[in-house]
Design a protein around this ligand. Structure first.
Ligand code: GLA
Length: 362
């Protein structure tokens, strides 16, 4: 195969925030929004990339400096493939994406996953699907320089339409949990608060380190291994780490409880867990901002079953579990609350659980 078109989606996380790098549980689903890569291979180990949304042409190859900006996501995938012993084919890549950038919907992971899938197919690389999330994480951590966990890549590569992906981030065991909201006349409303992501990178790393240090103090491999929360909290020397640990441990349990309810088809009953997750992110993990808290309160006041921030935090998107006919009412209520508080207008759309990365052409 010499050319083709590949796509990989952004994601929302239904529940399980900042649990992935603590070896815990997450429950994301893929969005219909995606990054698309039209790629053709050539024989020399050179890569070019252009983007419909971003300026500039990216070019790199052996002996040239790596690109800046969005090109790093492309170069990072090539780098990680080579690091893992694969020989990715040289290629010209044309990229486009309808995932809003900076909204916490994993636009960069979607781009990386689309590029990886394209290069694997073009080069007939024997890289099993199960090994791909870790390779994309390596690109992020080792090349792009973002200390992210494993959730976003796994969601973008593995999700299935009509399902949420229950992922154990320690064993990497996955289970596709039926989540056909439309059949229940329900929907997930995603509200992009447009709040600027201030300090998100640095604060993410700080949260991650605090968790790792707490696990070390507790003498366990990761916070996943806390079995008695009160006992663990009593051993921690400061209030900040107690709060962070409480979030992670209670959030893992909320994921398990949510999965049990979804398996029983009790979608509406998951609402209180989503809202409790938000309170935990706000009060214990301290990663929300006023726009995000306002969107959650307004959605709940307008009748949502539950609402929470989704993604890394410090801005980005909120999701609300609603009856499908309530979408306009709930998004209108959030827009009004934003206007009342002088925030920039939010954007909203209903999210349909969609498929992971795929080749679009035969
Ligand atoms: C970002 C990271 C993920 C995960 C979430 C928080 O999206 O990329 O690995 O840690 O934040 O749940």
């Amino acid at each position: 195969m010499d050319s083709g078109i590949w796509a990989a989606p952004g994601r929302v996380n239904l529940i399980g925030e900042h649990t992935d790098y603590n070896d815990g549980f997450v429950l994301p689903f893929a969005l219909p929004l995606r990054a698309t890569v039209s790629a053709s291979r050539h024989d020399s180990p050179q890569w070019t990339a252009t983007s419909e949304e971003q300026p500039g042409e990216v070019r790199f190859g052996p002996g040239t400096d790596g690109p800046d900006g969005w090109g790093r996501y492309v170069a990072g995938v090539v780098w990680a493939l080579r690091e893992a012993g694969y020989e990715p084919p040289g290629a010209d890549l044309r990229i486009s994406s309808d995932i809003p950038v900076g909204a916490g919907l994993s636009s960069s992971h979607a781009l990386e996953c689309a590029v990886l899938t394209a290069l694997c197919d073009l080069g007939n690389l024997d890289l099993p699907l199960a090994d791909r999330p870790a390779l994309v994480q390596r690109a992020e951590n080792g090349y792009v320089g973002a200390p992210t966990g494993i959730m976003d890549q796994t969601a973008s590569l593995m999700c299935r339409a009509g399902h949420a992906l229950f992922l154990d981030c320690r064993s990497m065991a996955t289970e596709h949990i039926p989540f056909d909201l439309a059949a229940a006349d329900m929907a997930i409303l995603v509200i992009d608060t447009k709040a600027p992501h201030q300090h998100s990178d640095g604060e993410y790393g700080v949260r991650r380190r605090t968790c790792e240090e707490a696990a070390q103090l507790l003498g366990i491999p990761a916070l996943r291994d806390v079995t008695d929360l009160d006992e663990a909290l009593a051993k921690l020397p400061d209030e900040v780490s107690r709060k962070r640990v409480r979030h992670v441990v209670t959030e893992n349990q909320r994921v398990l409880d949510t999965v049990a309810l979804l398996r029983a088809g009790r979608f509406a009953d998951t609402g209180p867990l989503l809202t409790a997750s938000h309170a935990s992110m706000r009060d214990d993990y301290e990663i929300t901002v006023p726009e995000v808290d306002t969107a959650v309160s307004a959605a709940l006041d307008a009748g949502a079953y539950g609402a929470r921030m989704t993604g890394g935090g410090f801005g980005g998107c909120v999701l609300a579990l609603i009856d499908a006919p309530a979408a306009d009412r709930v998004s209108g209520a959030v827009a009004k609350a934003f206007a009342d508080r002088g925030f920039a207008p939010p954007a909203a759309f209903t999210a349909i659980p969609s498929n992971g990365a795929t080749r679009l052409t035969d």
